[in-house]
Design a protein around this ligand. Sequence first.
Ligand code: DGY
Length: 323
Amino acid sequence: MSRVYVTRAIADEALASIRAEAEVELWPDPDAPPPREVLLREVRAVDGLLCLLTDAIDAEVIEAGEGLRVISNYAVGHDNVDVACATARGILVCNTPGVLTETTADLAWALLMAAARRVVEADGYLRAGRWRSWSPQLMLGQDVQGATLGIVGFGRIGQAVARRARGFEMRILYSDIARKPEAEEAVGAEFVDLRALLRASDFVSVHTPLTEETHHLIGAEELALMKPTAVLINTARGPVVDGGALAEALRERRIFGAGLDVFESEPPAPDDALLKLDNIVVLPHIASASVATRTRMAMMAAENLLAGLRGESPPHIVNPEAL
Ligand code: DGY
């Protein structure tokens, strides 16, 4: 029987399917990843690893896994895995694309609406007993209907966000490394470069994977191009946006607001400047967190893992060249 290390409890049915074919060692804390030394120790003895975006699967971990054949990441993003190193050692790397697209797009929209209309700030205001009367100037926000939405990264999730924007009769702009004529036509989006997008958009929503090229793609210079009434949303990866520069832009009211589900360091430090501002909505990386989607992600991660261990081609493989 193959041996597998699972770095966090996932949906029961997915764990059961792995247990039917492999000996499973499961990290017991449901709320925190295994410490580095535990991961390095456990990976030595296994054929397969089912890991999360919170586990740094770098060269040291990969090389410690002498018998490792499959790394199944329970996420669509795989910036936590050194794919080149795994490929060089013939180890398959798998991810969970597609199943979380719509759920993630829904949450990007929840952040967009909440930041535009100051929903969280207004909720806190009322609960704090500060509401004295209906008032013409109370909690004024930005209109969404008919506004311009700029999507940075027009992949599956970016396109799903765009589809929802049609219901709000928005003008949709997008930037990406390459033009996507079919996707663009499907939602009536216009391809523009990033600078033009930032200048023209009322809402900017980030959907790029994290790579060397996209690290701090939105920094001080890019934020300076945005309208003072604009809102920035990030449900992709924290380091795509320079958090320090964003905090400054928000503090100086150079943009209207932001909604973040992801941070440069997760969780952010309690004294992170972003957490001190009232014109930002912050969430603990929950964009894919619906019961159905997390179950689908778990099942997909388990299927990828088991297929790789059986010597089959996993349904969702990041590095097919390692097969
Ligand atoms: C992913 O899959 O990459 C998300 O960040 C978590 O669902």
